[in-house]
Design a protein around this ligand. Structure first.
Ligand code: NAD
Length: 300
């Protein structure tokens, strides 16, 4: 029986851990928030009294934490032992958090130095994908380790892609979300321009969704109510994918653009626009709600 330590039982981690339980794994979880531990216990997760105790003796250690600093701190430990020291040598370390590529590579180096087998495995698909077990996984690390992690990944995900060596799962995630952030703004600007020109939302949608403007930001996450009934715009921009998370992910893109020197002007501009959006009420709204900022900033 494979035992999986699951550290970070928040919005994403709790349903992911529950799916591992449903697939027959023994799951030992831990979160700093006791209420979240209790909620996970109700889904069949055994609760450890520390992250290190969850990892001790486990075959796989999954982390689903807010940001890179949390992952590195959990790996290395502080007052008590970290996950790397607590786990037995040869343990698979599967970090599913969204963190910077250089942080993922640093985490992988630490794990290898401690005798473990690291994979960076960020996800897309949001809380709904986590609940349904249909997350897309983008994985970086050694092929043999990727294959060893496959049963656990399949219990939590639908589409699973091995992107290359350490950090390249995070690289795929940051590049995809940069496309997404930019294209959502492009679609929103086009709808506001269409409004000013007297074009109905439906007419623009009917043309662009069947023409070269077609993209996910238009056909699934349409930023105006009506043309795509399930899009967050029809529900006062309830997420969906919150503006704060898009701002975080584009902040990672900004870091990677600076690190590589790429002339990614639209990526940097999108980062600034989402940071402004998330500084206000956009933090908790779906990121397609940026259309309201565009309307508000447009001259009368
Ligand atoms: P969350 O804040 O709900 O959950 C993170 C959990 O980690 C919290 O419950 C927190 O208490 C816990 N935690 C922090 N430090 C810890 C430690 N040392 N030990 C144990 N627990 C600790 O965040 P989330 O929405 O579940 O997202 C997790 C990660 O997944 C983030 O990196 C996020 O960017 C990424 N992500 C989120 C979504 C989404 O839609 N929410 C989608 C894709 C990717």
């Amino acid at each position: 029986m494979t035992t999986i330590a699951f550290v970070g039982l928040g919005h994403m981690g709790r349903p992911m851990a529950a799916n591992l339980v449903s697939a027959g794994f023994t799951v030992r979880g831990f979160d700093l928030v006791p209420e979240l531990c209790e909620a996970a216990r109700a889904t069949g997760v055994e609760i450890a009294d520390s992250a290190a105790n969850a990892a001790s003796g486990a075959d796989i250690v999954v982390t689903m934490l807010p940001a890179g600093k949390h992952v590195l701190a959990a790996y290395e430990g502080g007052d008590g032992p970290g996950l790397l020291a607590a786990a037995r040598p040869g343990t698979l370390f599967l970090d599913c958090s969204t963190i910077a590529v250089d942080e993922a590579r640093a985490a992988a180096e630490l794990a290898v130095a401690a005798g473990h087998r690291p994979l960076d495995a960020p996800v897309s698909g949001g809380v709904v994908g986590a609940e349904k077990g249909t997350l897309a996984f983008m994985v970086g690390g050694e092929t043999a380790d990727f294959e060893a992690a496959m049963p656990a990944l399949e219990a939590m995900g639908g589409r699973i892609v091995h992107c290359g060596g350490a950090g390249l799962g995070q690289a795929a995630k940051v590049c995809n979300n940069m496309i997404l952030g930019i294209s959502q703004i492009a679609v929103a600007e086009a709808f506001v321009l269409g409004e000013r020109l007297g074009l109905s939302h439906q007419a623009l949608f009917d043309v662009a969704s069947n023409a070269s403007g077609q993209c996910w930001a238009l056909t699934t996450n349409c930023p105006v109510p009506g043309p795509v009934p399930a899009s967050p715009a029809n529900n006062d921009y309830e997420p969906g994918f919150a503006g704060a998370l898009m701002a975080k992910d584009l902040g990672l893109a900004e870091q990677m653009i600076a690190l590589t020197g790429v002339d990614a002007q639209l990526g940097l501009l999108a980062q600034r626009l989402y940071a402004d959006f998330a500084a206000g009420e956009g933090a908790g709204k779906d990121f397609s709600g940026i259309i309201n900022s565009i309307r508000a900033e447009s001259t009368a």
